[in-house]
Design a protein around this ligand. Structure first.
Ligand code: ADP
Ligand code: MG
Length: 361
């Protein structure tokens, strides 16, 4: 049940507006697709505190209803009410999350997208291919459960399913770490080994995963080459600053050389106040510079840091946060191989401010 009619035009035309150096920018879905998950828009229209279980006003039950305490709907319940996004492509979709530059949000993106996809009932395996600075397990709160790693599988010390760490919250989500922290990675571990592991995931008796998300290390050296080798899609995470963009551009070229044609970008840590003050590049500028399809725009949000420290991915927060909702939208587009487009709009929209202005709500 939802408190908002799905036929409401605002539910089907989510947009994100912000200023750019060239004017006001509105980020909309491409006109061909209007598959935005209704729950996101309902959040956008109704602040989370008003998300309550709808009360049926039966004449006899009127007094009872009045007395009933308002009960919060969990995000999960809202998700169950809504339809599932349509899976595009062939399983497994092996997606590498990369950037070139470090610290732009690859691991944050991998953790949040993985759990968003798992909540949408897809089978997901996240591989932490950042062997030097492994921290995906920390972000997911699974660090105490890593007993075996991919290296142990390759050395014959355990089976693959023993190295796949399952999440108590979502049994259809698994994490695979390459090695234990401070363990020397064998030199033999490279592109071939990772391709072998992904092939082994495909042929598990439990079934082939729908998504394999690979968290790539920073840089463009051996670790990067290894991480991208089994991928057939890439998500390029960038922040709207010139250093990150230069690295992203270089990485795009390398991905294309490797035969990965499906490359989309996520612009992370966007601050509309800075864009308005012309202190930050707009998303439109970023898209024009990189010439890639836009999978999502994630705002700068202190909740990201809080969730990182708690080992509890942002998308699980209830009530949802601004960046959490943006990750949910991004996961939705990833499933449907959809993208959004940054466009210029003529006039500045009426100032609404507040929590949901980011979504044009
Ligand atoms: P990478 O894997 O690219 O090195 P991380 O995902 O580890 O980057 O993120 C680096 C830091 O940036 C972390 O402390 C994380 O909490 C923070 N961060 C990432 N995205 C955001 C965001 N949208 N808002 C605020 N902080 C963010
Ligand atoms: Mg990382």
């Amino acid at each position: 049940m939802c408190t908002v009619s799905p036929s409401s035009p605002s539910l089907l035309s989510p947009s994100f507006c912000c200023c750019s150096r060239m004017g006001i920018v509105s980020l909309n879905h491409l006109p061909t697709r209007t598959t935005f998950p209704p729950f996101v828009s309902s959040f956008a229209l109704y602040p989370p505190k008003t998300l309550v279980t709808p009360v049926t006003h039966h004449p006899d039950s009127h007094h009872k209803c009045k007395r009933k305490k308002k009960k919060k709907l969990s995000v999960n319940a809202v998700l169950q009410w809504n339809r599932r996004p349509q899976y595009a492509g062939e399983p497994p979709r092996v997606v590498v999350v990369t950037s070139g530059k470090g610290g732009v949000g690859k691991t944050t993106t991998t953790a949040n997208l993985s759990l968003s996809l798992a909540r949408l009932q897809f089978n997901v395996v996240a591989i932490d291919a950042d062997v030097g600075l492994r921290n995906l397990d920390l972000l997911l709160g699974l660090e105490n459960r890593v007993n075996y790693t991919a290296v142990d599988v390759l050395q014959g010390e355990c089976r693959l399913d023993q190295a796949l760490i399952s999440d108590k919250r979502w049994s259809n989500f698994h994490l695979l770490c390459i090695s234990k922290p401070r363990f020397k990675i064998p030199i033999t571990f490279g592109a071939k080994a990772l391709v072998w592991l992904v092939d082994a995931l495909k042929s598990r008796p439990e079934g082939c995963p729908d998504f394999v998300l690979i968290d790539c290390p920073a840089g463009i050296d051996a670790g990067f080459i290894t991480a991208i080798s089994p991928a057939n899609e890439a998500i390029l995470v960038t922040t709207p600053d010139i250093t990150s963009l230069r690295d992203a551009d270089r990485v795009t070229g390398l991905l294309e050389c490797d035969g990965i044609k499906d490359i989309k970008m996520i612009v992370n840590r966007v601050r509309t106040d800075m864009i308005k003050g012309e202190d930050m590049m707009s998303v439109l500028d970023v898209q024009e510079m990189l010439g890639l399809g836009l999978l999502g725009v994630i705002p700068e949000d202190a909740e990201v840091i809080r969730s990182t420290n708690r080992g509890y991915p942002l998308v699980l927060n209830n009530p949802p946060t601004l960046a959490g909702l943006a990750f949910e939208q991004t996961a939705w587009r990833l499933v449907e191989q959809d993208s959004m487009q940054a466009v210029m709009v003529e006039e500045e929209p009426k100032k609404r401010g507040g929590f949901f202005s980011f979504f044009g709500g």
